[in-house]
Write a protein that binds this ligand. Structure first.
Ligand SMILES: Nc1ncnc2c1ncn2[C@@H]1O[C@H](COP(=O)(O)OP(=O)(O)O)[C@@H](O)[C@H]1O
Ligand SMILES: O=C(OP(=O)(O)O)[C@H](O)COP(=O)(O)O
Length: 407
């Protein structure tokens, strides 16, 4: 049972600062609609309909990456889901933002600019330090309450996530509440048969530590995506290097090499690696190569190959529980969706307990016409949900709980 207050406990007619997680796939510079908008819209609508003045904070991407953009497009998508205007101000806590916040009327909604454009936001520090930042100290006096709905970012100690509960009465939004309950329940659940985790995506650093911490709670890991290539690299294959402008591999390799090698050493029997990989052939079609035939690293691999998919599917069918974190390939491109979709289809056809997590990965469900009802839980959280599986506390949840304890 969560020990934080929720928006059911929020007194009427307040100026409320709300943290959402609208971090989304970006295509041609534009955010793509996904279930994060739909799910957070419930909290925003409820607060606006209750007559609160609602200012929203959220982040997009990471500085230096292609997905680091303004939130102006996010405001439009969110407005469609909330079914009311969502104003946008290209400022987070400067004069322009404060003016727009102070001008909010009852039931009005305003989205502030990407929190990660502020220097105070990102360095991971204690909640006490974050509460002292100019970011928190400037915004807080303009509000009566803080609502955190960003469960999927709750593993980060950023100012907008851990600073405000020390200085404002604080509450969990609907997404925070439901994701917390679902993911905490999963962490304590026992399974009779094999437990499988599908590990892919781009955030290898997030998943490798969790693989280590999950220890023997997971019987086998099926690997793909960036993490999968880094494990292949550790196993001596010439893959998992940055080629042609990609910067997904080498930095994460340097950061995790020792851990990957020790996980491979200790849990090697439980780890299944791709035996073939897919890439873009010279004619633009999908081409495949056996991992053992890759002589040197000269191309980017964008999916696991068909032999690998055929080996992963039966492993899923005989599992009692399957957890998915991260896509096995660049499924947004149909040519490289086979791994991700093959695994999701096998789960959907199987009567196992299943969780699909991650803002990007869960999007594959609707993109490829799968039915959400065929999965036990589709989480909009990736890194936060797999950390919850290890029982590791989430800093942004801890400060909400501490805030409730002080009231
Ligand atoms: N081999 C690969 N190279 C580049 N990107 C990949 C590869 N495999 C998977 N991806 C990308 O990983 C993304 C999901 O990664 P990640 O952000 O870690 O997961 P999530 O947001 O679902 O938690 C997908 O959008 C997919 O395009
Ligand atoms: O999308 C997110 O996490 P996820 O990819 O683990 O689901 C969150 O917004 C956290 O983003 P971050 O991993 O850049 O801190």
């Amino acid at each position: 049972m969560a020990t934080f207050d929720t928006i059911d406990d929020l007194p009427a007619d307040k100026r409320v600062l709300v943290r959402l997680d609208l971090n989304s796939p970006i295509e041609d510079g534009e955010p793509q609609d996904n279930r994060r908008f739909e799910r957070h819209a419930e909290t925003v609508r409820e607060l606006a309909e209750a007559g609160h003045r609602v200012a929203l904070m959220a982040h997009q991407g990471r500085p230096g990456r292609d997905d680091f953009t303004s939130l102006s497009g996010h405001a439009e998508i969110l407005a469609d889901h909330v079914d009311r205007d969502v104003a946008f101000v290209a400022d987070t806590y400067g004069d322009e933002a404060l003016e727009a916040i102070d001008a909010l009327g009852a039931g009005e909604v305003l989205l502030l600019e990407n929190t990660r454009m502020c220097d105070d936001e990102l360095p991971e520090e204690s909640p006490e330090k974050k509460a002292e930042t100019e970011f928190v100290q400037t915004l807080a006096p303009h509000f009566d309450a803080y609502v955190n709905d960003a469960y999927s970012a709750a593993h980060r100690k950023h100012a907008s996530l851990v600073g405000f509960p020390l200085v404002l009465p604080s509450y969990a939004g609907r997404v925070m509440e439901t994701e917390y309950e679902a993911n905490t329940a999963i962490a304590t659940r026992e399974f009779d048969g094999p437990v499988t985790m599908v590990v892919g995506g781009t955030k290898a650093t997030d998943v490798i530590g969790v693989m280590d911490a999950l220890d023997d709670r997971v019987d086998r890991f099926l690997l793909g995506g960036v993490a999968g290539e880094l494990f292949l690299r550790a196993a001596g294959h010439p893959v998992g290097h940055d080629v042609s402008g990609l910067d997904l591999f080498d930095e994460q390799w340097a950061e995790n090499r020792e851990l990957i090698e020790s996980v491979l050493d200790e849990r090697g029997d439980a780890i299944r690696l791709a035996t073939d990989l897919a890439y873009e052939g010279t004619d633009g079609d999908r081409a495949e190569v056996a991992v053992d035939d890759i002589g040197e690293k000269e191309t980017g691999y964008l999916d696991v190959g068909s032999e690998t998919v055929a080996a992963y599917e039966p492993a899923i069918r005989e599992s009692d529980a399957v957890f998915v974190k991260g896509a096995l390939g660049v499924f947004e491109d149909e040519r490289f969706a086979d791994g991700t979709v093959g695994v999701l289809e096998a789960i959907a056809e199987t009567d196992c307990f299943s969780v699909v997590g991650g803002g990007d990965t869960s999007r594959a469900i609707e993109m490829y016409g799968l039915d959400e009802g065929d999965f036990s839980h589709v989480s909009i959280a990736g890194g936060a949900y797999i950390r919850a599986l290890t029982g590791e506390p989430l800093p942004a949840v801890e400060v909400l709980e501490a805030a409730a304890g002080r009231r």
